[in-house]
Each structure stands twice: as structure tokens, then as C-alpha cells.
Design a protein around this ligand. Structure first.
Ligand SMILES: NC(=O)c1ccc[n+]([C@@H]2O[C@H](COP(=O)([O-])OP(=O)(O)OC[C@H]3O[C@@H](n4cnc5c(N)ncnc54)[C@H](O)[C@@H]3O)[C@@H](O)[C@H]2O)c1
Length: 320
């Protein structure tokens, strides 16, 4: 089982998931193995079949991660109307399309329909709670609960309060995610893109730049990462890595010794754009490297490897 677990459990409580796509269905599987009742609200008429298939595959992975196999039966249900879905919810995990006006209207409606005690959580990757809450009567109720894809496997959960979010809501959100096994970190300041995605954006820009410049192909770049930075950062973050890289003198010596060339290299980092030639190059290379395998097979391999890493680390715990 992943993360920092506690003795509290939200088992038996009800979570409404708004949007049952990639993220919502993955969340559903994790909530179900933690004993919650799950209501998925999504206008897609085929959502039960689509989300059901994702949930079943995710449950398979969760068993490999150490959760007990279990029948969820009537604990999973579907309700197209968002307001009816949240009417008896203890938690609302929003996983709907990433559009500002849409989320603002959604929270206005959910706030009016959900019980006063319900915790209102957004999975958004980029839209801060202060922006999403613009039309809420009480913006203090909303907090970001941002997972890393896929939420049923990845330990990290970024809790990002807005300046208006009440301290109680932030504390309850952190406790909820810790109680279901997440490494739940509260960001000390609201910032667009939060932390993990900002890091990913920086590295992805340089990745696209290196491929666009012809330094490496896309699959060669993936190999560079999985055989170096991926392994390093799965065991110690960038700061601990360089603290160790400095020898007995630690990070202070590392910066004195290797800081100047590192700082100079920042000025040489590339700028990338998804212009037409770059998009065509990436499309051609991704088709050649990964296009012969079905999406489901690639996802299954990824899940198996991620589970092996998490289990190999003995479950993931926070360094803080
Ligand atoms: N995909 C990722 O890697 C990732 C990672 C972390 C967070 N997120 C965030 O999760 C959220 C969902 O992203 P996704 O990738 O699952 O998108 P998705 O397109 O896979 O799923 C969105 C779902 O919302 C449904 N929907 C549309 N209108 C709706 C409405 N009015 N009420 C309820 N449901 C509605 C759609 O039918 C769809 O099933 C976004 O805010 C995104 O930023 C995504």
C-alpha cells in the first residue's frame, strides 16, 4: 500500500466524482478499495461501460499494490445530474473538463447542492482554486486535490489552497488523502501549475527542444530518462541527489564546486513550441517508436513497472 497511512478511514462515506474520464475513473478505483461509496456523475451516455472497464483494470493493479481484492457491487453508481450526485456526498472530487468558465459554473451549482459538511476538491492540473471559486458564495470551501496520473497508483497528491480556502478545509483535505494512502503535501503558496507539473513542464520543454534539434530521437530521450533521472528521482529528489553528489560537504560544497557550470547551463536551455514542423516530427517519431503497440498494452506495461518500483521501495513515504 502506498503513502503515509493513518488509522482513520473514510470507509462507508460517500464520494461524488464529477467527470468519469481518465482521472475520475482512476480515482473511483482507489476510493472503492478504501471502502468508500462512489457516485460518478458524467453526461456521457456510455460512461458506465467506459469507466467500468478502466476501474476493473485499475483494481487489478491495486491488488498488485497490496490492497485486498474486493467486490464493490452497489458501492459504485452513476448519476448524470451533478446536483443529485452530490446531494448526499461527504466528499466531492471534481474531474471534469479543464475550462475556467465551466469549472466556475460547476462549483457554483455544486456548492448549492452539496451538504454543508462536504469537502469540495478539484483534480485540476492548472486552474487555481481562487480562479475556480470566483462564483461561489463561500470560496473558502474549495481546495485543489491534484493527483499525478494515474491517481490510483501515483502516491503524490498536491493539496493547493487558495488564499480564501479555510484552514479547516485544507487540514481536512490533507487528512482525507493521507487516510487513503497518499503522500499528501500542502503547498505553502498558490501558484499556477502547482509543483509537479511545473517541474514536468520544464523538463518536457527541454525534451521537445532536444528532439526538435535532432540531438536525440524521442525514444532515445525516453531511454535517457528511464535509465538515469527516473531511477535517481524515484529514490531521492533533486535536492537530496545533489546533497549526496557533493560528498561529505553536501549540497553547500556541490554548489560551490559545480554550481557555476550548472548556472551557466541554465542560459543554454532551449525554448520549444508546438509549431507545425515540431508537431509533425513528434507525430512521426511517436508512431514509429510506440505506434505498433495498443494503448492498453502500453498502459498495462507502465502500470506493472510503476507497481514494481513502488513495491521495490517498500511503499512510498514522504521525505518531509
Ligand atoms: N489527464 C491527466 O493526466 C490529468 C492529471 C491530473 C489532473 N487532471 C485533471 O483532471 C481533470 C479531468 O481530466 P481528464 O484527463 O480525466 O479528462 P477526460 O476528458 O478524460 O474526462 C473528463 C470527463 O468529464 C466529463 N464531463 C463533461 N462535461 C461534464 C459535466 N458537465 N459534468 C460532469 N462530467 C462532465 C466528460 O464526459 C469526460 O468523461 C482536469 O481538470 C485535469 O486537469 C488530469
Amino acid at each position: 500500500m502506498t503513502g503515509v497511512t493513518s488509522n482513520n478511514t473514510p470507509a462507508g462515506k460517500t464520494v461524488a466524482i464529477i467527470g468519469g474520464g481518465v482521472i475520475g475513473a482512476s480515482w473511483a478505483a482507489l476510493f472503492l478499495v478504501n471502502g468508500l461509496k462512489v457516485i460518478i456523475s458524467d453526461p456521457d451516455p456510455d460512461i458506465a461501460a467506459k469507466a467500468g472497464a478502466t476501474i476493473d483494470a485499475a483494481l487489478h493493479s491495486l491488488v498488485a499494490l497490496g490492497y485486498a481484492a474486493q467486490e464493490y457491487g452497489t458501492r459504485l453508481s452513476f448519476e448524470q445530474d451533478n446536483r443529485l450526485a452530490v446531494a448526499a456526498a461527504d466528499f466531492v472530487q471534481e474531474c471534469a473538463p479543464e475550462r475556467v468558465e465551466f469549472k466556475q459554473a460547476l462549483w457554483q451549482a455544486i456548492e448549492a447542492a452539496a451538504p454543508a459538511h462536504a469537502l469540495l476538491l478539484s483534480s485540476s492540473s492548472s486552474i487555481p482554486a481562487s480562479v475556480q471559486a470566483a462564483k461561489m458564495a463561500d470560496p473558502g470551501r474549495l481546495v485543489i486535490g491534484h493527483p499525478f496520473n494515474p491517481p490510483h497508483l501515483m502516491p503524490l497528491l498536491e493539496v493547493v489552497p487558495s488564499p480564501q480556502t479555510s484552514d479547516t478545509v485544507t487540514a481536512r483535505a490533507r487528512a482525507f488523502y493521507r487516510d487513503i494512502g497518499k503522500v499528501a503535501l500542502v503547498l505553502r503558496k498558490e501558484i499556477s501549475g502547482f509543483v509537479a507539473n511545473r517541474l514536468q513542464a520544464a523538463i518536457f520543454q527541454e525534451s521537445v527542444y532536444l528532439v526538435a534539434q535532432g540531438v536525440v530521437t524521442l525514444d532515445e530521450l525516453d531511454d535517457v530518462v528511464t535509465s538515469s533521472l527516473g531511477i535517481r528521482w524515484a529514490t531521492s529528489g533533486p535536492f537530496l541527489s545533489f546533497h549526496l553528489g557533493g560528498g561529505p560537504g553536501g549540497l553547500t560544497h556541490f554548489i560551490d564546486h559545480l554550481g557555476p557550470p550548472l548556472e551557466q547551463s541554465w542560459a543554454t536551455l532551449g525554448k520549444a513550441a508546438f509549431d507545425a514542423p515540431t508537431k509533425a516530427l513528434l507525430a512521426e517519431q511517436v508512431a514509429r517508436s510506440y505506434g505498433t503497440e495498443a494503448f492498453s498494452a502500453l498502459a498495462e506495461t507502465r502500470d506493472a513497472k510503476e507497481i514494481a518500483v513502488i513495491n521495490g521501495l517498500g511503499g512510498v513515504t514522504s521525505q518531509s
